[in-house]
Design a protein around this ligand. Sequence first.
Ligand code: CMC
Length: 442
Amino acid sequence: MGKDSLTITDNRTGRQYEVAITDGAIKAVDLLQIRSGEDDTGLASYDPALQNTASCRSKVTFIDGDKGILEYRGYPIEELAERSSYLEVAYLIVKGELPTTTHFSMWQHNIKMHTMLHENVKRFIDGFRYDAHPMGILIGTVGALSTFYPEAKHVEDLESRRTQTRRLIAKMPTIAAYAYRHSLGLHYVRPDNELSYTGNFLSMLFRMTEAKYRPDPVLEHALDVLFILHADHEQNCSSTAARVVGSSQADPYSVVAAAAAALGGPLHGGANEAVIRMLREIGSVSKIPELIKQVKAGERRLMGFGHRVYKNYDPRARIIKRIAEQVFEVTGRNPLIDVAVELERIALEDEYFIKRKLYPNVDFYSGIIYEAMGFPVEMFPVLFAIARTSGWMAQWAELVTDPEQKIMRPKQIYTGHPRRNYIPLDERRDGGALETEVRGPL
Ligand code: CMC
């Protein structure tokens, strides 16, 4: 067995360096000692999309992308989806261990006592246009909560962190439901704390004139499982956004607003919305070959396929596919499932997808279930955000208590103009060199 180190020869100078390898990584700052001369500030690693950069140590979630394994705090996702509940998983993710019976009832109580929103928050939501995207409402409203709880800025205070975490997990479904009802011009439904976490959410969404809303147990359970599957996914785009914003010691409401903003993009949590739009556009199985042709020609992406980490079947997609059948027994079959299943079959046999290891991800089937349950597509990323809040809070808490962390501030490789002198406005000619250089990304 060799040494846990890396020997680097700098061919510019002929010098050799030995850099320690710990946990399969070298420290990027150890490269700083490698200099080509007096003026050199040291070698940097260049990694534009952070594809091979570990930015933290984390105990929350383990993924083996080649084998298709996902575990929260060491527990396989399949067991949690089968035997646990979202609130229990949220406790596990946030606290690190499964709760005892006593701790679980305290946790449920503590979450439920925070489900209501300040009346001013309702008025804030009222201010959005009737057709505002609910993800925009969610992002804006959760960010605004920092003004209601100014003590949240004490990120170093454990008790404050705990309170804000409970508040956020409790209030996200309420904000989401109000955003949905706002789009329909319906009155807001107060939380019903006699119901489960997901049962109460369904009540706040769908209750009309009935005195008590009774969620269908199959749909309530299906949504709960979907929430479990979405609770955390280690250093994904939105968790990284949470960590970047949190590293400036911003309050947790701003952190979650930033994370939700990252989640809303079509390459991340917005993909489930994009999948449904794509499946609707295809419409029937006969049009699949044409879509595959466009994807292979690089004209578009197959939404809900591919993943930065999974180079195998996403274990969450397998569970979701199974739940879909249970949901359809209550809601009736969503015809898009047949298009999706056939699309998956064709894609998985195609050389293009095999070579690139592109498999269905969590978003491929989740939207079909959400649609069958009566959610408009705009709500899909919002549902993702509710579930992911526990993960964001766990990642944020790790960050603020990690002595190795500092404000995040990556380097750049400057490719702009060398130093030059200012030219007065009246000396800049139309059609001159300056004008033709204005061809940047903006
Ligand atoms: N359809 C067609 N080709 C694809 C796809 C796709 N969905 N995804 C990746 N590729 C190709 C890509 O063109 C590239 O091919 P080539 O080597 O010939 O240039 C190769 O596969 C590698 O792709 P990449 O863009 O370098 O991979 P990435 O790790 O940067 O991107 C991804 C990961 C998830 C953004 C991407 O697979 C994608 O855009 N998928 C569709 C959107 C989607 O479903 N997102 C949800 C992700 S899972 C849930 C979540 O994170 O929220």
